[in-house]
Design a binder for this molecule. Structure first.
Ligand SMILES: [Zn+2]
Ligand SMILES: [Zn+2]
Ligand SMILES: [Zn+2]
Length: 360
């Protein structure tokens, strides 16, 4: 429990100093010991491929930072509420085909630290999944669930999970949340998010896009501004840089042509790129103008990357798939089309080193 008076401290300054000077607190957590069996994962409803499926998982041998895919669906998830079309009926009959909302965990076995990229509505089950690969140390009280939660923007699929940190649920003590000043203002000023801030369940650290911060001795992070429907806040992608590799996480962006940066140049700077693949192509939302929800169609991304070296395309992991996206269906011809272009799909439960090596 927090002693009276501690609330008066500047938690931002305290945590920043902690991050900068003492990046590896306490004994390293032995994550290999905590690997679950396949049966345990099935009982949790966390079937699908998972880097924690095997008792001899390479995680027991690696001390390298890695990323775990906690979800791959667009904000509404798969199946989506009230959808009676084949895209979701198929999944209601085969629950193993369900997908949680897009989110990643970056974990560093060397320090026992872990960070979350976006906190969507599936956060409770995603914490369970994260715990399988990178368990948090049990602490007294309600310690932060992650060493930091990065937010890309304030649409539902990216912030709803924060509500689980409030007093109706986990009641976190000073969970560090890293976001742009625009997202920070929204969380501080708008209910119900403001309650999380006022009650110190979350502690917001503003980060200007373009400014690099050190997460620990081995990892750096940077927010990258992108164009995306800005009803409430601006939107960023997130770059995580390690010593052996870097990743780009870009779940929501308008068309590539509206970005001041060049996708190919950004791809050249990383080893892994989780890119917005909300819709496969035009006409996917019958009766609804798709210009109202602009995203790069997968077919446009394939076109954009047509001329780059195959090794560049191999860095891509498509993510943030709308329930209508045929790429959710392993039997769909579109999967073969993406595969033949040498482009990958993000796989829920998969862990990869930052240089793109799957840990399975
Ligand atoms: Zn989204
Ligand atoms: Zn559907
Ligand atoms: Zn969005």
């Amino acid at each position: 429990m927090m002693a009276p008076g501690e609330l008066m401290m500047d938690p931002l300054a305290e945590r920043s100093a902690f991050q900068a000077q003492r990046p590896i607190p306490g004994p390293k957590r032995d994550w290999a010991q905590a690997l679950p069996s396949r049966t345990a994962l099935t009982l949790l409803g966390l079937t699908l491929f998972s880097c924690t499926d095997q008792s001899n998982s390479p995680l027991s041998e690696t001390s390298e930072p890695f990323v775990m895919v906690l979800g791959t669906a667009q904000d509404g998830g798969l199946p989506q509420i009230a959808c009676s079309k084949p895209c979701c009926q198929r999944v209601r009959q085969d629950r193993a085909a369900a997908r949680m909302v897009t989110s990643l965990m970056v974990a560093d076995p060397g320090s026992g630290q872990r960070w979350l990229l976006d906190a969507g509505p599936d956060l409770p089950r995603q914490v369970q999944l994260a715990d399988r690969a990178a368990p948090r140390s049990p602490g007294p009280g309600r310690p932060p669930l992650f060493d930091g939660i990065f937010l890309t923007h304030a649409h539902m699929g990216h912030i709803l999970g924060l509500l689980h940190l409030g007093r109706e649920s986990y009641g976190a003590e000073s969970q560090r949340v890293i976001c742009t000043p625009s997202v920070a203002r929204f969380l501080r000023e708008e209910a119900p998010w403001s309650l999380l801030v006022d009650a110190n369940h979350i502690v917001i650290e503003e980060l200007q896009p373009g400014k690099v911060i050190q997460l620990n001795e081995r990892l750096k992070a940077e927010l990258i501004q992108v164009p995306h429907r800005g009803e409430f806040t601006d939107t960023v992608g997130i770059r995580i840089q390690g010593q052996n590799g870097s990743l780009l996480y870009l779940p929501d962006i308008d068309k590539w042509s509206r970005w001041e940066r060049d996708l190919k140049e950004e791809l050249a700077q990383v080893e892994l790129a989780f890119l917005d693949a909300t819709f496969y192509g035009d006409g996917e939302l019958p009766g609804r103008p798709m210009s109202a929800v602009p995203h790069p169609f997968v077919v446009e991304t394939l076109q954009e990357l047509e001329a780059v070296a195959p090794s560049e395309r191999a860095k891509v992991r498509l993510i943030h798939l709308n329930h209508t996206n045929p790429l959710h269906d392993p039997g769909a011809p579109e999967q073969a089309q993406v595969q033949s272009a040498g482009i990958g799909l993000a796989i829920q439960g998969q862990c990869l080193t930052l240089d793109g090596r799957p840990l399975d």
